[in-house]
Design a protein around this ligand. Structure first.
Ligand SMILES: [Zn+2]
Ligand SMILES: [Zn+2]
Length: 295
């Protein structure tokens, strides 16, 4: 998977940081998490066509996570993309989705599919699962877990030895075995399956019991680190996470890479911020706008 950071600020954008916005490319399709204000333009600056987005996931309805939704809906409509745009959000936010999708006059040339969710939601196909978890914040919030299923890869040399061609290979992939020149060829003798990747998304939240299930064994965990421990009181008051707490979660639940984001604008020296977190969990990436993280 490939994650592009379109914004890494919390409520107040800065000269270098836009409000939230996270573009995730999976083997199947492209997803967008929490389009904050200005996300549409961030796509342009990142050199990515916003028309690639198939699904948008809103964690909660604070402005820094959803004010860019009208812009994205109208942009995809202007582009007349041929696929429906599926929008997932906590079910308590129906009134906000209605307001945002009618924020200004436009003619919809795209089919919008709205998916109000509650914790425990799970959508599965042959390529991946999407799960939603209830986190803890000052308004209903969902964390999302995307689990890719293992993918089949043929080993080119072994495939060549069999002399199989296009249509035959497709049939072998589908049915598991094929007969050629009086011999049975089995799929498992010519291929292997990789381990599907796991992406976990946890913004905004205070520590809570659902987090371990959401993040366990994630190849990449994108988590808020709004404050440092020196501002723990603020984190507790506003139901946010300290970067060090995110590091502890990553360390204790088998996470391979932690990407921190959603910083308070009070932090100007991200070197000091990084130092504090890396002590807790070494494989931490302090996100900047337009960073690309492959995993
Ligand atoms: Zn926020
Ligand atoms: Zn929030």
């Amino acid at each position: 998977m490939k994650l592009t950071i379109l914004g890494s600020a919390s409520h107040i954008p800065t000269r270098d940081r836009n409000q939230n916005g996270y573009f995730l490319e999976t083997a199947e399709e492209a997803l967008l998490f929490d389009p904050g204000e200005g996300t549409q333009r961030q796509f342009t600056l990142a050199g990515i066509s916003p028309g690639r987005v198939k699904r948008i996931f809103i964690s909660h309805f604070h402005g820094d996570h959803c004010l860019g939704l009208p812009g994205m809906m109208q942009r995809l409509s202007l582009m007349q993309v041929s696929h429906p745009l599926k929008i997932y959000f906590p079910e308590e936010g129906r009134e906000f989705i209605q307001a945002l999708s009618k924020a200004s006059k436009f003619t919809a040339h795209v089919e919008f599919e709205f998916h109000p969710l509650k914790a425990g939601f799970c959508e599965e196909n042959e390529k991946r699962r999407i799960e939603a978890y209830e986190l803890r914040h000052s308004t209903p919030v969902l964390g999302y877990r995307i689990i890719e299923k293992p993918r089949l890869h043929f080993i080119p040399e072994r495939l060549r030895e069999t002399g199989l061609e296009g249509g035959e290979i497709a049939l072998l992939e589908k049915s598991g075995k094929i007969r050629k020149k009086g011999k049975t060829i089995r799929r498992e003798d010519l291929s292997y399956r990789d381990k599907g990747k796991i992406f976990a998304y946890a913004l905004d939240t205070a520590p809570c019991p659902a987090i371990p299930g959401l993040i366990r064994d994630a190849d990449c965990l994108l988590m808020e680190g709004t404050y440092l421990r020196s501002e723990q009181t603020l984190a507790d008051t506003f139901l946010h996470m300290c970067a060090e707490q995110a590091g502890e979660y990553a360390r204790d639940h088998g996470v391979k890479k932690l990407v921190l984001t959603h910083y308070s604008e009070r932090y100007k020296d991200m070197g000091a911020y990084q130092k504090a977190v890396v002590k807790v969990f070494e494989n931490t990436h302090i996100a900047k706008d337009f960073d690309v993280i492959e995993f």
